[in-house]
Design a protein around this ligand. Structure first.
Ligand code: GLN
Length: 484
């Protein structure tokens, strides 16, 4: 097996060419062989996986129909709660914390007879772009183990690219699904804010967080989205809407599609090879009868600044609960205040502490208006820019990252790494859906392109992504470490 996808394996399972138990055992063996080098997982759940696989085989043997995802082993980012399993957020603070309930996405996946091989690595509390901020050490990129897999959902992307999981869930607050998907040659989909429930996702920045799939191809993205999308009364920001079948959007026809190209996404910080790859993708679309429309999103220039005010502000409030009392790590102290200080000093890593300090600063009396309130105003201007752009086009094309995956330690100062988020954070700030797809290679490393849609425009971006992917099978390759 090489390029293994949910849809191919589903066909094999239903044709009885392979059983779910055989498949799961094979994936576990491959995962265990690869993990020494890749370190995509923080914990595994093989017993539960094999029990679920046996149940799926029994249903197939009984002639029952199975869902698209049934019996196909995947993995879940370790900031999403699975009842009875540890949920660490890659933090010392939650090293031994066992989730007492299931996230809504997990409940939904259970209804599809999903199989999870374990929980995947991330930057601590999803803050970062490389997994270098994980308390448990970084994951490695299956295309080149000297490079980062991206982040924060780097473990999820590394697992899928190395064929240690067929699919994985990630979370995206400022790019954490799309950037690792792009670094690992995969497809990553950040749904519209509110399309997928956040219940049971450990909160980083609640007005930005969304759960979504990291997978091999666009068809698999639609399959996982079908399983996890839907209204949830337990998440007050969940959009009440009818369920859709996103597989219906998988069409190669893009005739008449208006693709917006904002100059601001192609500035000097973006590498030439990335620009060239996207230019050639745009030529392809033109050849297929799509229309390329210049649009402008002037406030992109403020995107990183606004994000690094709003996200830390929300994080500082969300992370206040980790105080050594309710749950998680506790360092004893002389009195309760001393205990809080010791617990939070030892329990959080450097980047998390930096964000808490930033967040508390921008929310504090005297600075609130100057930073937080101002950031909210610019966020609104950014939303207006996107609305105006979408009056002229159906989807927007942009890079997923400035270039291909970088080497470990390449960014020693936090600010230059923050700047790297320029392509992805504006999309979270406006709540739009966006898919990252492989668009080429540079020096053997994958490059990614985003297709951004208007609110609830998932079908449009899936259609545009599918059309490109079907015409460019050469970009959907297996990473060298993925051979099995
Ligand atoms: N790199 C961004 C950050 O560090 C995005 C993280 C994310 O989407 N979780 O905040």
């Amino acid at each position: 097996m090489s390029q293994i996808t949910i849809h191919d394996l589903h066909d094999k399972l239903t044709a009885k060419e392979i059983s779910a138990v055989e498949l799961t055992k094979q994936m576990i063996a491959h995962r265990d062989a690869a993990e020494g080098e890749i370190h995509a997982y923080l914990s595994v759940s093989d017993e539960a996986a094999l029990a679920r696989a046996a149940a799926v085989d029994a249903r197939i043997a009984a002639g029952e129909a199975i869902s698209d995802m049934a019996g196909i082993p995947g993995a879940v980012k370790d900031n999403i709660c699975i009842k009875g399993e540890t949920c660490t957020a890659a933090s010392r603070m939650l090293e031994h914390w066992v989730a007492p309930y299931n996230a809504t996405v997990i409940e939904k996946l259970e209804a599809e007879d999903y199989i999870s091989l374990g929980k995947t690595n991330l930057d601590e509390f999803a803050m970062g772009s490389s997994t270098e901020n994980s308390y448990f050490g970084p994951s490695r990129n299956p295309w080149d183990t000297e490079c980062v897999p991206g982040g924060s959902s780097g473990g999820s992307a590394a697992a899928v690219a190395a064929n240690e999981a067929v699919w994985a869930l990630g979370s995206d607050t400022g790019g954490s699904i799309r950037q690792p998907a792009s670094f690992c040659g995969l497809v990553g989909l950040k749904p519209t804010y509110g399309l997928v429930s956040r219940y049971g996702l450990l909160a980083f920045a609640s007005s930005l967080d969304q759960i979504g799939p990291i997978v091999k191809d666009v068809t698999d993205a639609a399959i996982v989205l079908n399983a996890i999308a839907g209204h949830d009364p337990r998440d007050s920001t969940s959009i009440p809407m009818e369920k859709k079948d996103y597989k219906k959007a998988l069409k190669t026809d893009v005739k008449g599609l208006r693709i917006g190209v904002p100059d601001e996404f192609f500035g000097p910080g973006i590498k030439e090879e990335t620009k060239a790859a996207i230019q050639s993708a745009l030529k392809f679309y033109e050849g297929e009868g799509a229309e390329i429309v210049p649009v402008s999103i002037p406030h992109i220039k403020s995107g990183v600044s606004v994000y690094y005010i709003i996200a830390p502000a929300e994080a500082s409030s969300n992370l206040a609960r980790y105080d050594g009392v309710g749950f998680g790590f506790r360092m004893p102290g002389e009195d309760i205040v001393d205990m809080y200080i010791k617990t939070r000093s030892a329990g959080f890593g450097k980047e998390v502490k930096r964000r808490i300090m930033l967040g508390n600063y921008v929310l504090s009396a005297g600075y609130y208006d100057a930073y937080y309130l101002k950031a909210l105003k610019v966020r609104k201007l950014l939303k207006e820019d996107f609305d105006q752009a979408f009056a002229k086009c159906d989807v927007i094309a942009a890079p997923s990252a400035s270039g291909a995956a970088f080497k470990f330690g390449a960014f020693s100062d936090p600010l230059s790494l923050y700047m790297e988020d320029i392509c992805t954070v504006p999309v979270n700030l406006v709540g739009a859906p966006s898919i990252s797809i492989p668009v080429g290679f540079h020096d053997g490393m994958p490059l990614g392109m985003q297709l951004i849609g208007p609110t609830l425009g998932e079908e449009r971006i899936l259609n545009a992504a599918y059309a490109f992917e079907q015409a460019h099978p050469e970009y959907t390759k297996t990473a060298p470490k993925g051979d099995m």
